[in-house]
Design a protein around this ligand. Sequence first.
Ligand code: CIR
Length: 256
Amino acid sequence: MFKNVIVRRPGKSLIEGITSAPELGKPDYELALKQHDDYIKALESCGVEVTVLESLEEYPDSCFVEDTAVLTPRCAIISNPGADTRRGESALMVDTIKKFYTDEQIEYIKSPGTMEGGDVMMVGDHFYIGLSARTNEEGCRQFKEALEKHGHTCSVVPLEKVLHLKTGVNYIENNNMLVSGEFIEKEDFKSFSKLIVPESEAYGANCIWVNDTVIVPLGYPVVEKSIREAGYNVIVTDTSEYRKLDGGLSCLSLRF
Ligand code: CIR
């Protein structure tokens, strides 16, 4: 179960965030703020305490806090983002993370290693890390070493197409995994009970499990139905403005 969540308000500079899909247009800032409010409410209704950090105008993508750290029941690993414009975001999370973890529990990914938390998927004590355009081999090596020091295990999953590992695959507990595209046939995930996400709803693969509820983005009916049929309580929330910047539901929070 998760007790805590950290989010960061988007700044007005959000509209300058990194995107691979400029054809979707720039985010509407006011609508993004409203969607952020709704996201926080959805999380609170799952019984977690949400820490809301101030926006950082100098970092357009800083509301995507998931990329700045990986928080486990035993340790916190501060990332080193692979995107140049995001590199400074991780250091700015440390003070907040120190409210929840001791210095001995905190590890740091250092250059030339790069790592973004969107590439990390927790399955109990085991962590999958995507080798991606943002997380390099040295980042994976340091991450594995840090996890093992604290009694976790880790395996590396090379990515072919998507931005982050969790863009395409998400564990929703009870052995259930949402899988799309390149992850449907992956050997690494063959022992899980798979909820297959159709290509037309690929963005919907990024859902989050929070204390037996699954939060699902608005507009992905096939995904929503398969999660309900798997027996979960579902909350639907709109993330249309974050999608314009390749950001999904998981990217907007750190859950621990
Ligand atoms: C970026 O490209 O870094 C942001 N525009 C989106 C980050 C999405 N984060 C995530 O998938 N964890």
